[in-house]
Design a binder for this molecule. Structure first.
Ligand code: OAD
Length: 243
């Protein structure tokens, strides 16, 4: 099947759906110029050891190092623009009666593209929280490292690190959206980090039409009804065009 025939198939399913959902990952933002974690030469976890940057223990050992890295990423997010894939998903939210976007991304690009019903499963870098009093504040992009809360406690990025729980209620809402969906789009994720990756199976078991959009095969590929080997920034706009 050609890419445009695949887009037509997905558009037909979406037109008929009352409820749809999507799970996105770092590949969604590649066409915005941001690196993924595991694919390509700029992959973050190829060039950095996550155990020194993305665990509570790493933060305890060297908060300044962790902060430098997150501030660098926050600057990169700020310089990036949502790409046509983000914009297409925002458009799907407008066209489908219920459309929930579950993202593992912390870059905020879905929100900037105009999506509203967004579950940020792994948190976000725009905000920080105090390790002492729990207060949340916009992440100070400059200034002392590590930044501090008004109470004097150290601030940390409001992201989920390895070994940590997801934000309260986020997985439950994501599970409900996946289980209720009639179409489930899996875009730009290697589908190896759980529990996020498990949502593909939740949708499948619920009888949803599961579509993967990824230039490469992943462990989720065999669980999908349709696998589209294309970048999300190219394929998702084609779906919107066919609606
Ligand atoms: P990964 O880096 O693991 O996977 C990115 C996926 O995007 C790969 O399967 C690529 O083939 C695909 N890809 C690359 N370019 C693409 C494009 N233009 N369009 C569509 N897909 C493309 O990123 P995630 O799956 O998001 O967790 O990683 C999951 C989690 O692992 C992240 O949220 C992060 C990381 O550790 C935390 O930080 C908690």
């Amino acid at each position: 099947m050609t890419i445009s025939a695949q887009a037509k198939t997905v558009a037909e399913r979406i037109r008929a759906a009352q409820r749809a959902a999507a799970l996105s990952g770092a590949g969604m933002s590649v066409e915005s110029g941001l690196p993924t974690f595991r694919s390509g030469s700029r992959a973050l976890w190829r060039n950095h050891d996550p155990m020194t940057l993305a665990t509570p223990e790493a933060f305890g050992r060297d908060p300044a190092l962790v902060w430098e890295w997150y501030r660098e990423r926050l600057r990169a997010h700020g310089a990036a623009q949502p790409n046509p894939g983000h914009v297409a998903l925002a458009e799907l939210e407008r066209r489908v009666p219920s459309f929930t976007l579950i993202t593992q991304n912390v870059d905020g690009l879905h929100l900037r593209a105009g999506s509203h019903d967004v579950i940020e499963l792994h948190g976000d870098v725009r905000t920080s929280r105090c390790v002492r009093c729990g207060e949340r504040v916009p992440t100070p992009i400059d200034g002392k490292t590590p930044p501090r809360c008004a109470c004097g406690g150290v601030l940390r990025p409001n992201v989920v690190w390895f070994g940590e729980a997801l934000p309260a209620g986020a997985y439950e809402r994501a599970y409900e959206a996946a289980a209720a969906s009639e179409v489930f789009i899996v875009a730009g994720t290697s589908a190896i980090v759980f529990p996020a990756a498990g949502l593909v199976e939740v949708a499948r078991q619920a009888g949803s039409f599961v579509v993967e959009v990824n230039p490469d095969e992943t462990p989720a590929t065999s669980r999908c009804d349709l696998s589209v080997r294309a970048p999300s920034g190219e394929f998702l706009p084609l779906v919107v065009e066919q609606l």
